[in-house]
Design a protein around this ligand. Sequence first.
Ligand code: CAA
Ligand code: NAD
Length: 302
Amino acid sequence: LSRKLSSSACINQSIKNVVVIGGGLMGSGIAQVAAQSGQNVTIVDLDRKVVEKAQNAINTSLQRVAKKLFKDDLAKADKFLTNSMSRLMLSTNPEEAVGQSDLVVEAIVEKLRIKQNLFKTLDTVAPTHTIFASNTSSLPIGEIAEATQRKDRFVGLHFFNPVPVMKLLEVIRIPETSDDTYNRVMDWGKSVGKQTVTCKDTPGFIVNRLLVPYMMESVRLLERGDATARDIDTAMKLGAGYPMGPFELLDYVGLDTSKFIIEGWAEKFPENPLFKPVPTLNRLVEEGKLGMKTGEGFYKYQ
Ligand code: CAA
Ligand code: NAD
């Protein structure tokens, strides 16, 4: 009964305190948009160095945003930057961090067991009203939520890279997600400046169900020797109007994350030719070439 009461008492309570677990490419972007929208944000990662790197990345990105928003007013741009940064806290202790949270957004490595373990632990320490969300690219939200006793307060919140620029947020409901939770995260998505779309808990949701097979098919085209990576990228940019070619995009997303996505689907849906593993991707990841984040993937970056 007490759980029911505190759960219904949270109706209309707005989301003010956000905890983002994982301070990599996505976590730092998610933390940034929440902080720049006036929310208190704690960013959590495994060690101090990583959270400090995230803090620096956010600072750099906020400067770009500030420049765009307040091009003729340096004082306002400065204030926006200082205020946003002042709302950002760093932590290496997820259990402690979620103590005051209204919303937890997980953006850690794309591995089901690791995400489940994290949520299982957090479920025992987070306040009852706290909503849990995963930014997973490809894993079933329902299976991640299995690790918790709060499926009614569990959703997928799928952002896009680079988060400060990409306007879309996919909101994934599982059958147990309550209307209250759904309405609150939809409002929250708008409050951080995103256009929301809703999707069922299906592999890849909307964007990745279309984008990932396209990227993988481009690697297969390369593997067959039909064209070079550079020419495939040029073709898709100039012939199809994409802002990046598929190899640039794979390097931008991260080859490790891309490999985890396709590997997971290949295991789960072995009969689907779109989800077949891609040897070149596996080789590059084995060589530590994870894309832009490590300085080399399909291309080299200085
Ligand atoms: N932070 C803040 N601002 C940024 C930024 C960042 N990290 N990156 C770019 N910007 C801003 C720039 O300041 C610039 O602003 P102005 O137009 O006002 O000058 C604007 O964005 C464009 O940036 P650039 O001029 O540097 O470069 P660009 O025009 O080539 O755009 C891009 C860069 C936005 C990344 C563009 O190339 C693009 O849209 N690429 C495709 C990205 C994409 O498809 N993302 C989805 C990946 S899939 C995914 O995320 C889902 C998954 O689960 C894997
Ligand atoms: P990333 O490798 O840049 O960052 C992941 C971070 O999580 C790392 O800093 C790592 O130290 C941290 N981490 C790992 N295990 C942790 C734990 N138990 N506790 C705390 N921190 C932990 O990866 P990313 O690209 O930011 O992806 C994160 C999630 O977002 C994945 O689920 C991915 O599928 C999803 N996603 C990625 C993209 C993309 O374009 N890269 C887009 C949308 C969604």
